[in-house]
Design a protein around this ligand. Sequence first.
Ligand SMILES: [Zn+2]
Length: 232
Amino acid sequence: MQLLDNRIISFYTTSSDGNMAYYTTDSKDEVTKNREQIALKYGFDIGQLRYMNQVHGNNIQIVDSESPSLIMECDGIITNKKNLPLMVQIADCIGILFYDTKKQVIAAAHAGRNGTFLNISSKILNKMRESFDSNPEDIKVTLSPSIQKCCYEVDIDMANLVKNNFGEEFVDNRHIDLQGINKIQLLQNGVKDKNIYISYTCTKCSQEPYFSYRNNPNCGRFSGVIMLKDYK
Ligand SMILES: [Zn+2]
């Protein structure tokens, strides 16, 4: 799935591409092999890949070719460097990819429930504004397949917390709508509605080839990847 435009590479893998995360139960070799396969398939240098250990926080880092491959204590990475692919690993949580079409800046973020509550999307947008003079009106955003309201059931306290903090429209009995909350956060920060693409594929119940942590806590992770190409 090629998203956004031809000056970048951006896609979400599926479970058919295999597990993309070292912190799961699969062997390291298996994950490395899977990552090498997608690098070949989509045309990027696996040695340049930057990814995060994803701790359900909202720490964000700007990365470049000097940064280590694995960015620690981090749930969002941003770069304006060409040929530097950024990866987010996903199983139910929302992987979010950002692309500033004017300033040529990209970001990848991991928005689970915590990241969403900590408003990681607006933190990414603020950082892009501060550090790269990005205008949110020029930023395109995609939300990955993820667990949807149909399956995202929480306890009553959590449901009330969402109701009180974000609004009744994001809660249906004890089911919460993280995609909707992220969308509002993006809109409130100036991203245009037409520039927000949301996958409404539910990782848990859709039968589509994606990993779901709620289906199997020992599952792998699929991924979202984005990279600025060195186009002329
Ligand atoms: Zn579902």
